[in-house]
Design a protein. Structure first.
Length: 133
């Protein structure tokens, strides 16, 4: 009986733990995401599951491709962007998918908390998925 109760609680715990995980993957990010606050707002283009481009001139220009890694073991997830794969010169962001067409993003600095969004330490940016024309 004790084994049965232990097994039941173990299965329940594992099920709840996996259900509470962050539900999005790098495949969910593929596409173009716009800030939509002004004519020259930020745009992030996730080309595939490992490459990303940025544009700070709205829709007119973009930078070269960067590598990225999404650690979605927490919510919000940790997005690490780097110039080359597996290097130490990296930028980090907190990212959370609100729904299929909206994400929230915050730039992280060296001593910022990496577990939750914090308005005091930086602006939280909302981006919406660009619909194909």
């Amino acid at each position: 009986m004790k084994k049965f109760v232990f097994l039941l609680f173990s299965v329940l715990f594992i099920t709840l733990k996996s259900y509470s995980q962050n539900p999005f993957t790098p495949n969910d990010l593929i596409g173009t995401w716009d800030q939509n606050i002004s004519k020259r707002s930020a745009t992030i283009i996730f080309d595939d599951t490992s490459r990303v481009r940025f544009s700070y001139k709205g829709h007119t220009g973009s930078t070269r491709k960067y590598y990225y890694y999404l650690n979605n073991s927490q919510n919000p997830a940790l997005l690490t962007v780097d110039y080359k794969a597996h290097r130490k010169l990296r930028n980090e962001y907190l990212i959370q998918m609100v729904d299929k067409s909206t994400i929230r993003l915050q730039v992280l600095h060296k001593h910022d908390d990496r577990t939750h969004f914090d308005e005091k330490n930086g602006q939280i940016i909302t981006l919406t998925r660009r619909t194909p024309a």
